[in-house]
Design a protein around this ligand. Structure first.
Ligand code: GTP
Ligand code: MG
Length: 235
């Protein structure tokens, strides 16, 4: 199966060693142990570093020369929290309107947590955050779904346009935790883990065991829609 601009490494992360999707049930068997699955979407303007952040968390390295995401890229990572296996299914969404418009309903369906990302060197990307939050609310994402605000590209100190104080003020207004980080800086790896693990702990402690998950057929439909969009966009 091909998928837009995915690399083979990314496909390996999505499909795992057995080349099979494991999203169809709320609890998966992983090496004999059950794992709950949580869907986390990553939202924000194009070019803020959503793909690099999710790649850093799931793949462990900085993705050089990423292409603009078309539709969505799936990544996942399984973590062990207090002896329980939790699979985080991460939806790296497209920031460009033309690459996302037909996918927006899929992004928000049955989502368990949302990460809003801006670029600390781009004031416009920060000013867009309330619009992304509004979009999320318009798609009936309930107030109990945890949300986090992330300022990326902190390694570019000389080019910073968004002060921490302004970001903290915005985050406090919405009652979101704020993280500032860099997908590029290897020293920030643990901080990036902390973003996702903060959500994972909250979900683990607040969600009941039975979770509604997208069926395998609906995910395959999504893949096929993306393939069509990828072809369309290359014209
Ligand atoms: N200096 C620096 N550059 C970064 C960082 N994260 C991402 N970039 C660069 O920013 C550009 C955009 O990164 P992407 O991860 O593709 O951005 P995106 O938000 O996924 O963009 P869309 O897929 O179009 O929505 C690329 O050139 C990355 O190399 C970072 O932490 N520091
Ligand atoms: Mg991207």
């Amino acid at each position: 199966m091909s998928n837009g601009n995915k690399t083979q490494d990314e496909l390996d992360i999505v499909f795992g060693e057995n080349d099979s999707l494991e999203f169809s049930t709320s609890c998966n068997e992983l090496d004999g142990a059950k794992a709950r699955i949580f869907k986390i979407i990553v939202i924000g303007d194009s070019n803020v570093g959503k793909t690099c952040l999710t790649y850093r968390f799931c793949g462990g390295t900085f993705l050089k020369n990423p292409e603009a995401t078309i539709g969505v890229d799936f990544r996942e990572r399984t973590v062990d929290l207090d002896g329980e296996r939790i699979k985080l299914q991460i939806w790296d969404t497209a920031g460009q309107e033309r690459f996302r418009k037909s996918m927006v309903e899929h992004y928000y369906r049955s989502v368990h947590a949302v990460i809003f990302v801006y670029d600390v060197t781009s004031l416009p990307s920060f000013e867009s955050i309330p619009e992304w939050i509004d979009e999320c609310s318009r798609h009936s994402v309930g107030p109990l779904v945890p949300r986090i605000l992330v300022g990326n590209k902190c390694d570019l100190r000389e080019r910073r346009q968004v002060p921490t104080s302004a970001a903290q003020c915005l985050a406090d207004g919405y009652d979101f935790p704020l993280f500032e980080t860099s997908a590029k800086d290897p020293a920030e790896k643990e901080n990036i883990d902390a973003i996702f693990l903060t959500l994972a702990y909250r979900l683990k402690n607040h969600k009941p065991l039975r979770l509604k998950q997208p069926s395998e057929s609906s995910l395959r439909e999504l893949w096929s829609q993306q393939e069509q969009e990828g072809r369309f966009c290359q014209c």
